[in-house]
Write a protein that binds this ligand. Structure first.
Ligand code: SP5
Ligand code: ZN
Length: 343
């Protein structure tokens, strides 16, 4: 299997993350990619190639102009206000129900307007890393659109929490959504996105919620107890023309392979019935038993079975990296899944 990866992901490496009221070393950090690349080399999974540069057209089909302008200029505006040595930029308030959703002029207000949480810092060079992750996704997508059975987009930072208008959950641009849109623009009539990250892909779901041409199917920790809390319930089925093309499989804390495998079987059947021309996998490995921020209990060998189950769909398949924070085993688990697919 071909992997697309960029060295520019290192440009996004905040010094700290706000978690439960204190600053901790970021869970989402460059060592994640190192772990995966070293396992790819060790197992001779296949070549690792750099991305091509893509223009902003496909990104603009998925995200609003105000969000993109904000992400591109946020650090400059923040540092103009708080100085070049300002700490990584974070929001401190939000426009909740009953308030006005109008973009403020001041930079602190803009952070409040565009961020969906306070865990996702922006540094001087974050935007360059974010753009490289999209290039990684689109380069891998192109290979699959051009006839390869599969490719692995080793994106960092991840993307599935980013909506059309908001960033957060370590995500800025929704790499998987942009890739799905690329398949559509390239002539695929139906695209399915299967999201196996531990966290619900609220961004991807929202982007395609009213569309029948891109089905979103997700297995994730139940929103009653799990970030991002406000999406991911089983009754979220899509809306308007998109009704019937969204499927959520929320799972309780402690879920092991038996219940996970059963839910995955149902999810795969939904996609089989849909009959997509292309499949995008939002590939999170934070369902692992030793993940430091998650509560599912999958074991390393279970990822081989997930890969095998995805392969049974027999569709052109693009893997797009999302979460996974047990860094020591991240490479093993990721490559297990990819090898399960190829077996
Ligand atoms: C792409 C992805 O996996 N994003 C995950 C975003 C998680 N956001 C914060 C969740 C809360 C983390 N709390 C740390 C718990 C330590 N025991
Ligand atoms: Zn996750």
């Amino acid at each position: 299997m071909i992997t697309i990866a960029s060295v520019d992901h290192r440009l996004h490496a905040p010094k700290s993350e706000l978690a439960f009221g204190e600053f901790v070393p970021p869970y989402e950090n460059p060592r994640r990619v190192d772990s995966i690349l070293s396992r790819i080399a060790e197992t001779k999974l296949g070549p690792v190639l750099p991305p091509e540069r893509f223009g902003p057209e496909l990104i603009r089909r998925v995200h609003s102009a105000p969000l993109l302008t904000f992400l591109e200029t946020a650090w400059n505006q923040w540092s103009a206000h708080f100085g070049k040595d300002a700490p990584p930029a974070l929001p401190l308030s939000w426009p909740v129900g009953g308030m006005r959703h109008i973009e403020p002029e001041g930079i602190a207000g803009k952070f409040a307007f565009f961020a969906l949480d306070a865990s996702t810092a922006i540094t001087p060079t974050s935007w360059a890393a974010v753009r490289s992750a999209v290039d990684v996704a689109l380069t891998a997508q192109k290979r699959v659109a051009d006839g390869e059975r599969t490719a692995f987009a080793l994106c960092r930072p991840p993307g599935h929490h980013a909506t059309a208008d908001n960033y957060g959950g370590y995500c800025f641009i929704n790499n998987a959504a942009v890739a799905a849109e690329a398949f559509r623009q390239g002539g695929a009539r139906r695209v399915a996105i299967l999201d196996v990250d531990y966290h619900h892909g609220n961004g991807t779901q929202a982007i395609f919620y009213r569309r029948p041409d891109v089905m979103f199917v997700s297995l994730h920790g139940a929103p009653e107890t799990t970030y991002p809390y406000f999406a991911g319930y089983a009754d979220e089925a899509g809306e308007g023309p998109g009704e019937g093309f969204n499927a959520n499989y929320p799972l309780r804390h402690g879920t092991k392979w038996d219940a996970y495998g059963a839910a995955l079987g149902h999810a795969i059947q939904r996609i089989e019935n849909y009959g997509p021309d292309a499949l995008v996998i939002s590939l999170g490995l934070d369902t692992f038993e030793k993940d430091p921020i998650s509560y599912l209990k999958l074991r390393s060998e279970d990822y081989i079975r997930i890969g095998e189950a995805i392969a049974r769909l027999r569709r052109p398949t693009l893997f797009v990296m999302e979460g996974g924070y047990a860094i020591e085993e991240l490479g093993l688990n990721t490559v297990n899944l990819l090898q399960g697919f190829e077996a």
